[in-house]
Design a protein around this ligand. Sequence first.
Ligand SMILES: [Zn+2]
Length: 74
Amino acid sequence: MECLYTALILIVAAAIIMILAKHIASHTFKCKHCSKEFSITWSKVVVTEHSGNEYMLLCPYCKTKDWCIEQPKK
Ligand SMILES: [Zn+2]
């Protein structure tokens, strides 16, 4: 029985992480080097190191890996 609860908690936790990541991925990120905005996939959000609204991302325009700022939705 306990193993069922553990599985349930894991599924709920995974669902919450997915919803949050999808929400974050609906925003764009701004590169500090070239000031261009780009978007990333939700699965990338999960594996990306972040601090507050800044994410360690590789800019697709200038290929610089640095902290990119999450932009508020327009
Ligand atoms: Zn850039």
